[in-house]
Structure formats: C-alpha cells, structure tokens
Design a protein around this ligand. Sequence first.
Ligand code: DX5
Ligand code: ZN
Length: 228
Amino acid sequence: MAVQINPSILSADFARLADEAKAVEGADWLHVDVMDNHFVPNLTLGVPVVESVARATDTPLDCHLMIEAPDRWAPQYVEAGASSVTFHVEAAAAPVRLAREIRAKGARASMALKPATPIEPYEDLLPELDMLLIMTVEPGFGGQAFLDIMLPKIRRTRELISKHGLELWLQVDGGVSASTIERCADAGADVFVAGSAVYGANDPAEAVRALRTQAETATAQASWACDH
Ligand code: DX5
Ligand code: ZN
C-alpha cells in the first residue's frame, strides 16, 4: 500500500478551516481530531464542524474520535461526511459491533490504541478494521514529542498484518515529523498523521510533499515492505 500523509487540522487556524484544508491540497486525507474533554483533557469540535469542513474540501476526512461513548456518536460522523472514522478501543463498549456499523454506513472503520494499550488482545479483531491507529503520543494535544517506545508495537502490528495477509492500513499519530517519520515507516506504518510538522511549516503543501518523499524512501528500504 502506498504511503499516505494526513495533515491534522488540530494545528490549523480553526477560524479559517476551509482555507487551511486547501493549503494542504495533495494530502491524502484531512485528519480531524474530535475531543470531548472527557476521554482527553481537551475540547475541539463536533459533528456540525465536520459537516462544514466536509462540504468545504474535496479531500476525504479521517475523523479521529477521542471521545467517550464512541458507540453512540461515531455513526453520526459518517453521516456528517467522514470517509474514515477512528474510535478508541479504550472507550468503545463493543468495538466489533461499532466497526461493523461504521462500515455498514459506508465509511472505513478504524480503531486507535493509546500508548499503554497493547495490540495483542486485539489480533482477532483486525479483519473487522480498515485501519489501526497507534498513538505515538498520549492523545489530547498537538506538538508533543514522539514516543520512540511505540516503535516495537508498530513492528509487532505490522507482523500481525502480514501474518494474516490483511489489507489493513497502519496509521501513526503524534510527533510525526521530518525527524521521526522514517523510523515510523521503517517499523511498518503506512499512514502518517502530522499536525505541527505540516501547519507549523511556512509552506504546508511542501511539508506534505517532503514528508511523503521521506516516508516513501524509508519504506522502500524497510524489511517489512520487501516481503510483499
Ligand atoms: C493528538 C492528535 C493528533 C495531533 C498530532 O492527540 O490526535 O492528531 O494533531 O499533532 P502533532 O503532529 O503536532 O503531534
Ligand atoms: Zn489525531
């Protein structure tokens, strides 16, 4: 699967979201961080804003729900126009049922793991998902330092994907930048969320291109990609 770069609008200017979406044209997805001030200690945006952003851009929306009770709320984000919806397994009451509901409504279903949540208990769930998100910071804020200690989990997850022959995308989110993206790609990630590294750059579209080039080069040299 080709490398994908998903800029996170958490680091964009929330008063100019339509312009900020256009500023990263060429990105694969727009990553939208939904926070409820309960699952994480921060509050961002909800369904009405997602509806407006979906209308304002042709780039598909990758909604990352950092919220309690995703079983109740996630389907509404599909209806709002998200093409991919990620819920946190730590918050979901019935992750299999929820993933099936997201897919049935027509979006890609994705499940996220906080840094302290292991992948191994969820091996049997992977066929139910289109993407797995491994958080490489504690969720809640942009601009945090990348957690290198997550690299073994990325590697083990890539091994599980290969072992089962799945078409599962492996996303990383948090502290992904020019200085960390190659390590993520080498470990097995293929979808890269970047907030401050894109919107903090003078030219966000150029930052996306540069990150893509770095990730593609690192993937071409990675042992996990050679097996395919
Ligand atoms: C953090 C969010 C991220 C955030 C990443 O909880 O899920 O998507 O925007 O920001 P950076 O890339 O600046 O670490
Ligand atoms: Zn995110």
